[in-house]
Design a protein around this ligand. Structure first.
Ligand code: UD1
Length: 421
């Protein structure tokens, strides 16, 4: 297992490029591989563990998928194995994305039930409710979700859940409804940019979708979909993470290739915190001419503050002047990183889904452990800002979602080494 050894304390300076979006890069290849009757090519694909896991899952289903050099080449298949087994699904929850498209195209899907994970319970009931609304029968047997339908039929449904809308359920139902008979209306749909991107790719494949990116999506089913060429958008969470790397080290960096309109809530909070952000097209220069101010944050569904940036933002607040209240509304147990940050000298009190962070003058390097992808990233950020040496273990969590992270940070002056056992 790899570790990062970081010698912190130096401000970052230089240019950090943004890669293609992981969260758009998971459903889009699934749609292309399972729903397309001709070949597809996805470009701007980040080199990430999660993308390789998805490619393995699709190959396991019988789809010829090649991944390399930022490209995913997906061959069309007339028939596929409809079973996604435990060993692949347990590695990545997004494996549930195969459910809707397999059901729509082949009338059956058997997907191992995804378990919980380090950020708390992550149920799939909204996905299943959506498939049932389209006329599928659902059973859970021997750890598998078994969904069947001779022909899906369009329906009018709400996908609202206890924590609000669901990105995954909206995407999954959309991938099923594109081949259903008649019109499907999804109300309370997730409006995250990744949903609009998936709809963009499905539309390029011949689907009829209106309203993706708004709360109501209308889908008129078609007989079949062909393949498409589609370029993934920049990763908005990676963009925010590197903007925070510049801020927490009080550096002077440019984050290159970011999509400003997808980052509204994060940019708003950072501006309040007195981080200076100067945009030139898709480049943003990050500087910290004054101190960092403490600013409260509540996570929410898009366009609210993303839960996927909560950990990294908490890192910044550890170094701010004052007290910040961080409320996690999406994954209410998602504070594992707080304990590790405390080991580095942070002052954080947790009460349920509320963290109160009192800024300290300095963090000090320590051995720490990544518990999930974004929790891993904040430890890297804190390590860059801390005095002395930080060793981050369980780097495999970080590799799931950050392409060439140590190379990108080193190019901006960071002292970070990957050490393999
Ligand atoms: C996606 C993102 C993830 C991000 C999350 C929230 C991908 C691959 N992952 O995850 O990085 O953190 O959106 O922005 O795009 N819920 C239910 N029942 C369900 C489904 C979800 O109760 O059937 C709950 C979840 O537990 C959570 C909330 O709804 O509290 C939102 O989850 P959802 O939007 O579905 O997240 P994912 O699609 O899993």
């Amino acid at each position: 297992m790899d570790r990062f050894v970081i010698r912190g304390g130096a401000p970052l300076a230089g240019v950090i490029p943004v890669s293609g979006s992981k969260n758009a890069g998971l459903p889009i290849p699934v749609a292309a591989a399972i729903l397309g009757t001709t070949d597809s090519r996805i470009t701007n694909v980040p080199e990430l563990q999660d993308i390789h896991t998805m490619a393995r899952l699709l190959r396991h289903l019988g789809s010829p998928v090649e991944v390399g050099d930022g490209v995913l080449d997906i061959g069309a298949a007339d028939s596929l194995n409809v079973e996604a087994e435990y060993d692949l699904v347990r590695r990545m929850r997004a494996s549930i994305y195969v459910l809707g498209p397999l059901l729509a195209r082949f009338g059956e899907a058997r997907v191992s039930f995804p378990g919980g994970c380090a950020i708390g319970a992550r149920p799939v009931d909204i996905h299943l409710r959506g498939m049932e609304a389209l006329g599928a029968s659902i059973e859970v047997e021997h750890g598998f979700i078994i969904a069947k339908a001779t022909k899906l039929r369009g329906a009018d449904m709400s996908l609202m859940g206890p924590q609000g809308t669901s990105v995954g359920a909206t995407a999954n139902v959309m991938m099923a409804a594109v081949l259903a008979e008649g019109v499907t209306t999804i109300r309370d749909a997730a409006v995250e940019p990744e949903v609009a991107d998936l709809a963009g790719c499905l539309t390029a494949m011949g689907a009829r979708i209106e309203g993706a990116g708004t709360r109501t999506i209308a889908i008129e089913g078609v007989g079949e979909l062909h393949g498409a060429d589609y370029a993934l958008p920049p990763d908005r969470i990676e963009s925010a993470s590197y903007i925070l790397a510049g801020a927490i080290t009080r550096g002077d960096i440019r984050v290159r290739g970011a999509e400003r309109r997808h980052l509204g809530a994060v940019l708003g909070k950072l501006t309040e915190a007195d981080i200076w952000l100067d945009w030139e097209g898709k480049d943003v220069r990050v500087t910290v001419p004054n101190g960092i101010r403490s600013v409260d944050v509540d996570t929410g569904v898009y366009p609210g503050f993303p839960t996927d940036v909560q950990a990294q933002y908490m890192g910044l607040m550890c170094m701010a002047q004052g007290k910040a209240r961080i409320v996690e509304n999406i994954f209410t147990d998602r504070f594992m990183h707080a304990l590790e940050l405390q080991r580095m000298g942070a002052d954080i009190q947790i009460n349920g889904n509320v963290a109160t962070v009192t800024g300290v003058d300095r963090l000090t390097g320590a051995p720490v452990m990544a518990s999930d992808l974004r929790a891993g990233m904040v430890l890297v950020l804190a390590g860059l800002a801390a005095e002395g040496e930080t060793v981050v273990s369980r780097v495999y969590h970080i590799d799931r979602g950050y392409e060439r992270i140590e190379e990108k940070l080193r190019a901006a002056g960071a002292d970070i080494q990957r050490v393999s056992d």
